[in-house]
Write a protein that binds this ligand. Structure first.
Ligand SMILES: Nc1ncnc2c1ncn2[C@@H]1O[C@H](COP(=O)(O)OP(=O)(O)OP(=O)(O)O)[C@@H](O)[C@H]1O
Length: 708
């Protein structure tokens, strides 16, 4: 490869000027710090320099447009023991200055505005925005959230040569059938495809288990990779190329999303780990102030084709706007957010508007109050709607505490026509769990308990992976076992096989795994609740986390509260997590150990601590273990379900190779099932489908019988 074409990492003052023009300076310091000329010719070094943008995850990554939510400033101050004093102005509080050396004269010298978080010290004259204050107070070490790639699982560099990647778009015109398909199925014409640099390339092993392993002459296991023709959707990022003739700041491919031509369900990213870049970013000229953000590539191309306004889409599969791309959007003063006009899409749109700064965002509703209107831009085009008109009706996000009937009406209607989305994300591995709980919903607290070593972590690992594969961004707080052990368990479950028996497949599965929105807290053992909450807050802002698993409560608060009652500390902790789940609209699953007693079956009263834990929980699941002549039998026993009250139990079996559980289709021991159901006849009396006991309506309950 000739070195003259290599895009070099950012350096020099010219670059700083250009970045200033682009409003990218907040990321620039980290870029300069990330400059590593000694990396030589490695793929990592040959790639594009914007990878350095996502090195730092700290409050500094907040956009300058960020405005704290109502109550956020006070909540943060209390959590960090700042105990503010009142002033004559209700909007202004006095707090200590972290920069001034504590003296009597400068006590409470900072005045902070509780609405926007701006502050000023009357002693040292330091002043700044809310993000500056958060950074002053919070130690960066608090934000210890990592992903699987940072744990060494997966592949850090490109799968293909970055120079080859740049050529993919030239291939499109050799595949006219694919171009025709875009035109006929989506109304997207060749000019638009070329503008977005849509390409064609071969990728390997996109479909799970598609490669073939065989033993060659030397009796070594080899693998034959399965080739897949893919449509490529490039994510573009600005890159400084000072080897070029005009020293220009260009847009280069930072990452590729490749979708199988045969079946667009099969998708891979190259490189697999996240790199900051956006589909269609290059279409926004330097002076451009407005941009549209859509859900996917098809919507982006449709909107651009119809409006000629630069349009980008979310960079990953699912509702995630990673913190690394915020600097790319910093230069726009107006951002239209055009996601699906349904419950999940509008929830995400509001969250993104908050993240990007509500004052510069407008939310597009494709339906435009028309109940049978289109759900997204692609449908709007297919229905012959005028996309410019839809865009012109976009509205800013309402202040959270001011709701008028119109807002409510639209939201209620969205819930009525999308009951499935209200019920939550379905479990693919355990349909019986969906049958009882109806789905995995944001804003809820699930308490999970069971005897020691009965498989709680194993089941939660599997379930969290199950939801994560459906796009639920997940954060694991494993306070008892190390993240590496947990990730190894999860990877085995993800592959569905014992990879130690088939190590040749490791890299293939690891690459897939690292593309999931799965994050881990680095804390281990006893950790202060406020520190954990800070990190959870950060993970929600940075990675749009929707599900948080705490394993387990006792380990997290062990060695704390020595002088206070342990039960009281536990109650306070559970209340804090309950409040957090509701306020941040995330699902928290908390593992709580049971009390030590001799009962064979656990009950609500078996949960360690006071009754507050089960009162605060929306769902209580007990992993029951019953000894029988054929070994032990386990059940997932749903003891509380605030959503619709359905309770039940699911007999499960364990598959040691994949470390997964599955619901038992044929009861192994009828006697055990009969005795279990007998004891819990209030919760369950009938077996409507093999493998599940679900409770009955009061009328049916009169005539209950056990069907086996
Ligand atoms: N249903 C099951 N049947 C048999 N073995 C299981 C089952 N589930 C998990 N195991 C195995 O039992 C061991 C302990 O599992 P796990 O760590 O998930 O239990 P736990 O309940 O979380 O433990 P602890 O109470 O220590 O937190 C693991 O080796 C796991 O592979």
């Amino acid at each position: 490869m000739s070195s003259t074409n290599i895009a070099r990492p950012f350096s020099g003052s010219r670059l700083l000027l250009k970045l200033q023009r682009l409003h990218l300076l907040s990321g620039a310091s980290s870029l300069i710090r990330g400059f590593r000329p000694s990396l030589g010719d490695s793929l990592f070094a040959r790639g594009f320099t914007f990878r350095y943008l996502h090195k730092i995850s700290s409050p500094n990554d907040y956009t300058k447009y960020y405005i704290p939510k109502p109550g956020e400033v006070l909540d943060f101050l209390n959590r960090h023991y700042q105990f503010p004093r009142k002033t004559n102005n209700v909007k202004v509080l006095k707090i200590k200055c972290p920069k001034c050396r504590p003296r009597k004269s400068n006590f409470f010298s900072i005045e902070i505005n509780v609405n926007d978080g701006t502050y000023r010290c009357n002693e040292c004259m330091t002043k700044g925005t809310w993000k500056d204050y958060m950074q002053l107070i919070t130690k960066t070490s608090t934000f210890q959230v990592i992903n699987s790639a940072q744990m060494g699982i997966g592949c850090p560099s490109y799968l293909s040569n970055p120079e080859e990647i740049e050529q993919y778009s030239n291939e499109l015109q050799n595949h006219l059938k694919i171009v025709e398909r875009f035109e006929n199925d989506h109304g997207i014409n060749l000019t638009t495809l070329l503008a977005y640099k849509i390409g064609i390339a071969n990728y390997y092993n996109i479909k799970p288990k598609s490669s073939i392993n065989f033993i060659d002459q030397e009796t070594e296991i080899s693998r034959q990779d399965a080739k897949e023709l893919c449509i490529t959707f490039p994510r573009m990022a600005p890159c400084f190329d000072d080897q070029g003739q005009d020293n220009a700041l260009r847009n280069k491919v930072a990452r590729i999303k490749a979708c199988s031509v045969e079946d667009n369900e099969f998708v891979t990213f190259d490189p697999p780990s996240f790199h900051s870049g956006l589909f269609g970013y290059h279409l926004a000229p330097l002076e451009c102030e407005t941009i549209i953000l859509t859900e996917n590539e098809y919507d982006a191309m449709t909107v651009y084709q119809e409006t000629q306004i630069p349009t980008i889409c979310l960079p990953n599969n699912g509702y995630q706007l990673p913190i690394e791309i915020l600097p790319l959007l910093e230069r726009f003063s107006k951002i239209y957010i055009w996601l699906n006009d349904d419950v999940q899409g509008q929830d995400a749109a509001e969250k993104f508007a908050q993240k990007l700064g509500i004052d510069r965002c407008l939310i597009v509703n494709a339906r435009c109050n028309n109940f049978d209107g289109p759900i997204n831009a692609s449908q709007a085009l297919a229905m012959g709607k005028n996309l410019n008109e839809i865009l012109s009706l976009a509205k800013p996000l309402q202040h959270e505490q001011i709701l008028n009937f119109d807002n409510l009406k639209e939201a209620v209607y969205r819930e009525i026509i999308n009951p499935g989305q209200v019920r939550g994300v379905l479990s693919k591995d355990l349909p019986a769990l969906t049958q009882i709980l109806k789905g995995h919903r944001p804003g809820e607290l699930t308490v999970f308990t069971g005897p020691t070593g009965s498989g709680k972590t194993t089941i939660l690992s599997q379930l969290s992976l199950d939801y994560c594969k459906s796009g639920v961004s997940t954060l694991w707080g494993s306070f008892e076992i190390s993240n590496v052990r947990l990730a190894k368990k999860m990877l085995t479950q993800f592959a569905g096989e014992d990879l130690s028996k088939n190590p040749i497949e490791f890299m293939n599965w690891a690459q897939r795994f690292q593309q999931l929105p799965m994050y881990f807290l680095k804390f281990f053992g006893s950790t202060e609740v406020s520190t954990v909450i800070d990190a959870m807050n950060h993970a929600i802002y940075a990675f749009d986390v929707q599900h948080i698993i705490i394993d387990n409560l006792q380990f997290m608060i062990s060695e704390q509260g020595r002088f206070t009652d342990r039960w009281e500390l536990q109650d306070r902790t559970i209340s804090a997590f309950r409040k957090f789940a509701t306020e941040k609209n995330v699902h928290i699953t908390m593992v709580v150990h049971p009390k030590k007693d001799n009962r064979e079956l656990l009950d609500m009263s078996s949960i360690f601590g006071s009754a507050k834990i089960s009162q605060e929980a929306d769902n209580v699941i007990i992993l029951q273990k019953i000894e029988s002549e054929d070994g032990d039998e386990r059940y997932l026993h749903i003891k509380k379900n605030r959503f619709d009250g359905t309770l039940g139990a699911i007999p499960i079996e364990f598959i040691p190779d994949s470390l997964k559980i599955q619901q038992l289709r044929e009861p192994r021991s009828r006697e055990v099932d009969r005795s279990f159901a007998g004891r819990y006849s209030k919760d369950m009396a009938v077996m409507p489908k093999a493998g599940t006991y679900v409770n009955l309506s009061p009328e049916q309950f009169q005539h209950r019988k056990i069907i086996m």
